[in-house]
Structure formats: C-alpha cells, structure tokens
Design a protein around this ligand. Sequence first.
Ligand code: 5RP
Length: 292
Amino acid sequence: MADKDGIKVAKDYHVNEPFANMGDFHVKGANALDWGMKKHLSRIFDPQTGKTVMFAFDHGYFMGSTSGLERLDLVIPKLAPYVDVLMATRGALRTCVPASFRNGIALRVTSGSSMLNDDLSHEVVAVDIEDAIRMNADCMAVQTFIGADGQLSSIDNLSRVINAGLKYSIPTLGVVAVGKEMERTDRFFKLATRILAEMGCQIVKTYYCDNFEEVVAACPVPLVIAGGKKLPEKEALTLAYNVIRGGAAGVDMGRNIFQSPHPVEMAQAVRKIVHEGLTDKEAYEFYSEATK
Ligand code: 5RP
C-alpha cells in the first residue's frame, strides 16, 4: 500500500501566474501533442479566444427522456448555431443531428447505469475507438468516479479510452462525477481533476467550487464546467461568469440551457460571457432584452 503518511497539504498554487508551458498553442497542456490532437482541440477551443461553449445533452444515457430534451430532433438544430461543441451519445448524434452541422463533437463513450440504480458509479466503455473515428469525434467523454465504489473500474475505463485516443490522436474528456456521498469541496475537485489530468486526459470536466482558481491552477489541462441542476437564468449566468473569471476554459452546460424557457437566448447569453467578455450583469441584460 502506498505510504500516505507525511504527505503535506499543497498550498501554493501561484494563481496569478499563467500556465508556463503554453508554447504557441492556445490550449493548456497541449503544446507537446501532435497535429491531429491539436486539430481536434482547435474544433473544441476557439483559437481566437482559447475558450469553448460546449452544450451537453447526453443526459439520456442514464436518465432516458429528460425535461427539455423530449425531442432531440427539434431542440438540437435550434441550439447548434450558438454552441461550439455538441456533447452527446452516438445514438443521439446519429439519429437526430445532421452530419452537415459543423460543431465539434464530444462523444460520450461510457455507460452502464440508469436512474433506477442507487449507485451510478459502475460503467463500461460502450463505444469502440473505431466508431469514435467513424463519427469524427473531437473528444471522447468518460465518466470517472474518484472516491466512489466504482473508482477502480472507471479508472480502468478511462485508461483504455486515453490509450486508444493517443493511438489515433483523439483527445479524452474526463468527466468528474460527484457521488451522493461526496462533498463539492475544492479539496475533492483538486484531487479528482488532477488525477484525471495525470492519467492523461487532455480536457477535464468538473464543477465550480470555492477556491476555484486553485483548482484551475493545479490542473495542467483545460477545465470545462458543468452547469448542474437548473438555476434561475440570472444565477446560471453568474455561474458562467465566475467560472470564466476563475480561469476555466469554458462551460459544458446542459440543463441550464435546454430547460430554460428561452434556450436559444440563454445559449447566446452564455456565449457572450465565454467568448465576448461580458459580465454576468451584461449577459443577463442581453437575455432579458432578447426575451421581452
Ligand atoms: C454528467 C455529464 C452531463 O453531460 C452534464 O453534467 C450535463 O450538464 P448539466 O449538469 O449542465 O446539465 O457530464 O456527468
């Protein structure tokens, strides 16, 4: 067993010092990657701003039909022009998203649980690398359960996907899952995001928390932040503003966009924060005006 005694708690994150190894590429931690990886990452992170608005609608992979996503074929075409990346299952993409759409694709490749299970932490890799290549996925999303019952199998899943992705130059997006028994503390997110980056993920998806700047500073790859449960629009825009101000490379929002009464205007408002530097107040003014 590894010796945990005597390990000191990290404390100096140099939050005001930019990442030192950017080189001439716009994505954190990607300077040494090959051309194919960089090409995919450039479809996710806008080379002009270095940031991304990812739209997650992969909820059906364990929730089935979700409020706001009852008809993917009707909802997604309306939102696609306002987001950089569509994050979804292969079933949703193949059936409901025209291949003519030019968005980046984050392909959910793990599954194994449903709303009917108490413990959601046991998944398998459900999509072969060959299918990710056929779908021209720009990254493969793997749910990862640090500190949960399924930690070992999810790290095994993650390793397999990263290894296959490195072989064919497809980035892996490690998704930090928060189990019922886990607290949403900076301590937990520093641990989980760093483990995923050190495993070899090129992007990590996580949640906002106190001391978020330290979580960002300690993670050598870009963080994209989930929206989580539906909030009033004003609060969701403040969340987006805080994560960008805290150093995230973007958002990967689902419910706070597709469960809004005005999803298109909400996506546009989020975009203005992420790519145009608007404050949450300015973005909410835009949203209010656009939905009058
Ligand atoms: C689940 C996911 C989902 O895609 C994501 O959490 C959904 O986004 P939101 O929380 O904003 O609805 O990765 O782990």
